[in-house]
Design a binder for this molecule. Structure first.
Ligand code: NAP
Length: 412
């Protein structure tokens, strides 16, 4: 059952634009008591949504007004503080928010804030660019990210190209290693070990997913820990889960940054992570746990996914199934993070339908994706700084003590 909330009764005097009504569809503005419906939201409410409406939902949600829709058959069964008929509302493009009623809204107002991942990531990248140039000027070293891609999956290629482009934008360089789909685990491991040993490379990214015949875990663990800027090795996972301090898995780390930027207090909240992949869902839950959230993992075997999601204060979708998470499942006011990216710019959450329910939500695209890249590049600079410190330290040591006699004698 969905969450209960205060409701102002429908009264005819609250009905705006009623006389303009052209059809039997109505937009309800205000708070709809979904708890009345023990078996979920009635079809009359659900069935009337159209794409054209979604923009209106989003616009109203931004000013703190929750909306829902119904047909005339359902209107008397749903509580709402105010009602707009379709004709009156749809024809009023520039409807001022001042015209909208506010005094009947309950105090626990819900505003679906769109979490602008692109803006948050751009700010992080601008700062990173300054720091990278400074590092370059001081050390003469240009940080370099190597991306390894196995096979010719167009989406993976596009991701890698985009990451390379962003590296250049923040004054780094990048190297892309493209391997044929027939590459074996051993061959891939050799490539990753060679990159790990190459001093001109600071960070290594193995683009996920790799073809099914490759042992991805073995390949990830061939990346040296000091260049694992994507946080995919077993050692990075352990550090992240237990102590912190290592390179974090980029997408979960980026999601945490988005939550922080949104001002969400995670301690004591119920976070539901849908997906348990080693690069995304699993580390996501660990990071949330470390922040004091109570974490539930859902996956392909989970029974009654809807009930789990409906109980989430923070819902993280990390699945790869278009619009698996239905808008009507979202607990009113919940923070919704959609990490999914599916063909046609579609996320794992039914975005438009979630807008009237969510307190804050990431769009797809423009939510999690840009922040993932920002974290990846930040960690590449951190790896370069660490490597430069180690180099400087060993050079200082060598100049103080002179050549190691054992090595010197070897050279003779
Ligand atoms: P993955 O390795 O395929 O894992 C998918 C997870 O979803 C698995 O844990 C799976 O459960 C679970 N799942 C599948 N079907 C389900 C269902 N019907 N109900 C509940 N759970 C279900 O995928 P991934 O690499 O984690 O990526 C997930 C999504 O995130 C994809 O869309 C990907 O493109 C996107 N992604 C985005 C970014 C970014 O930067 N924005 C980064 C990485 C990934 P089982 O474990 O039981 O199989």
């Amino acid at each position: 059952m969905l969450g209960a909330r205060a409701v102002a009764p429908i009264v005819p005097s609250n009905c705006l634009g009623w006389n303009n009504c052209r059809s039997d569809r109505y937009l309800l503005i205000g708070y709809v008591d979904l708890s009345r419906f023990e078996s979920g939201v009635p079809d009359a409410f659900r069935g009337s949504e159209t794409n054209a409406r979604y923009a209106d939902h989003a616009r109203l949600a931004r000013v703190g007004i929750t909306t829902g829709e119904c047909t005339s058959r359902g209107i008397d069964r749903l509580g709402a503080s105010h009602i707009l008929c379709e004709g009156g509302f749809m024809s009023t493009e520039d409807l001022s928010t001042e015209d909208l009623p506010t005094e009947n809204l309950p105090s626990q107002n819900v505003a679906a804030r769109i979490i602008d991942g692109r803006a948050i990531a751009d700010a992080a990248l601008a700062d990173l660019s300054v720091r990278t140039r400074q590092f370059r000027d001081e050390t003469g070293h240009v940080p370099c990210l190597a991306a390894v891609i196995v096979g010719a999956d167009p989406a993976s290629k596009a991701y890698v190209q985009m990451k390379a482009k962003r590296s250049v934008a923040v004054a780094m360089t990048s190297r892309t290693v493209e391997l044929p789909v027939s590459t074996t685990t051993e061959e891939l491991v050799d490539v990753l070990r060679a990159l790990s040993a190459d001093p001109s490379i600071d960070g290594i990214l193995l683009q996920h997913p790799v073809p099914g015949h490759i042992d991805e875990r073995v390949a990830f663990d061939a990346i040296s820990a000091d260049k694992d800027v994507d946080g995919v090795t077993s050692a990075a996972f352990a550090a992240m889960a237990l102590t912190g301090g290592g390179f974090e898995s980029c997408t979960p780390s980026g999601i945490l940054r988005l939550l922080d930027a949104t001002g969400v207090e995670l301690s004591g909240k119920h976070a539901v992570v849908v997906g348990r992949s080693p690069i995304l869902g699993l580390p996501m839950g660990m990071l949330l746990l470390r922040r004091g959230a109570t974490v539930t993992y859902c996956h392909s075997r989970t029974v009654d996914l809807a009930a789990h999601v409906a109980s989430a204060d923070v819902a993280i979708a990390a699945v790869g199934v278009p619009e698996l998470i239905k808008g009507a499942w979202i607990k009113p006011g919940a923070v919704v993070i959609d990490a999914g990216y599916n063909e046609g710019n579609v996320g794992d959450v039914e975005y438009a339908a979630a807008l009237p329910h969510a307190g804050a939500i990431t769009p797809v695209p423009g939510g999690v994706g840009p922040m993932t890249v920002a974290v990846l590049l930040e960690q590449t600079l951190a790896a370069a700084v660490r490597a430069a410190e180690v180099r400087a330290c060993s050079e200082n040591h060598d100049s103080r003590v002179g050549p190691d006699p054992a090595i010197a004698s070897d050279r003779l």
